[in-house]
Write a protein that binds this ligand. Structure first.
Ligand code: ADP
Ligand code: MG
Length: 335
């Protein structure tokens, strides 16, 4: 066996060689007193803030296919989906913990690419990798990410604050990620725009923070399971109903073009997940403030409907302007 082969081999480098490789890719950060290499990380948090903590799992062949994504993209997405939860509370992200179960045959170069993607995504959020856990997987690649962030205690935006009459907004466009996935499942290669929306979603951290700081969002969630499912979570926690206008749901040009040719894919807009846009409820008098923020962030924020009484459930005006009830179920792992 030559040296190059040895260098590429996970077995030769071993757990600690790998952790060392990861830690050498990490930039120092002043909020980290003790980082990778001890029993725990020791970190500081902005004073007056409460700690936000969230975790997401990404499992091969459940959440992703290695033949559809690069390891760099997977690294970015593993970070992004977690950062998106911090955004949905209005917080800032600080410290991440990366758990990986690696199939023995994974090339070191792939792991390095994965880590680089992860680090690039968290660097864009101003956050740092502070620890994790590494072990061998007898089967698929498993990624488990924990992120800690923070927010001023009086600014936390929960799912439970929506009130009748509030306007329901969504950032960016919906359905792109689900359309990319549907195409991959049908053996079609999505175009660059759709692929990017699916493989490297953008966590809307700045938007979440601004909505919280300016006290514009009364309830907020990130759209990970689909519009109906995630709006359903807000409605359940806020004990409200809603009326959304199907014609107002923001769609990208690519998705609009696709739906003109394939109207049978319409459901992707309401039920497709993984857009990681923010869905939030705002008092009607704050419409102008939301428009100002959209302009400032150069991000579209679209009013798609209003919060209603609980009794009506979730209703939509369909593409013909007809009112009908819709079901809130989205993706369910055990469904
Ligand atoms: P312990 O036995 O105390 O769990 P480990 O040997 O698992 O410690 O980890 C050693 C150090 O490396 C710890 O600081 C841990 O947080 C860090 N670490 C392990 N795996 C990863 C990883 N995949 N990414 C970042 N840090 C990691
Ligand atoms: Mg450990």
């Amino acid at each position: 066996m030559n040296d190059t082969h040895k260098m590429n081999d996970l077995k030769t480098v071993g757990e600690f060689g790998l952790i060392d490789m990861i830690s050498r890719q990490v930039q120092a950060d002043s909020s980290v007193c003790v980082g990778i290499g001890d029993d725990c990380a020791a970190t500081t948090m902005p004073s007056g803030h409460v700690l936000l903590t969230t975790k997401d799992l990404l499992i091969e062949d459940v959440h992703f296919r290695r033949c559809w994504t690069s390891l760099y993209q997977l690294g970015r997405k593993s970070a992004a989906v977690n950062l998106s939860d911090i955004a949905a509370m209005g917080g800032s992200a600080h410290h991440l913990f990366l758990g990986v179960a690696l199939p023995e045959d994974m090339a070191l170069a792939d792991i390095e690419q994965f880590t680089q993607g992860f680090l690039d995504e968290i660097a864009a959020a101003g956050a740092t990798l502070c620890g994790g856990d590494t072990c061998r997987s007898t089967g698929s690649l498993i990624v488990s990410v924990t992120v800690q962030g923070s927010i001023a205690a009086d600014q936390v935006v929960q799912r439970s604050g929506a009130q009748v009459g509030d306007h329901i907004y969504v950032s960016g466009t919906l359905g792109d990620s689900a359309l990319a996935l549907a195409q991959l499942q049908r053996g079609i290669i999505p175009d660059d725009y759709l692929a990017q929306r699916h493989h490297t979603p953008t966590p809307r951290l700045q938007l979440g923070q601004q909505l919280a700081e300016r006290k514009l969002a009364k309830a907020m969630i990130d759209v990970s399971d689909g519009l109906c499912a995630d709006l359903g979570h807000i409605l359940e926690k806020s004990h409200c109903g809603a009326l959304i206008d199907r014609r107002k749901i923001p769609l990208s040009v690519v998705t609009q073009q696709h739906l003109r040719q394939h109207p049978e894919d319409e459901e992707l807009v309401l039920r497709g997940g993984e857009d990681y846009e923010l869905l939030f409820c705002v008092s009607p008098q704050h419409g102008n403030a939301v428009a100002d923020l959209a302009q400032q962030l150069e991000l579209s924020l679209t009013d798609i409907g209003t919060i209603q009484d609980f009794a009506g459930g979730l209703q939509q005006l369909d593409s013909n302007g007809q009112r009908c009830t819709i079901h809130t179920q989205g993706f369910n792992h055990f469904g």
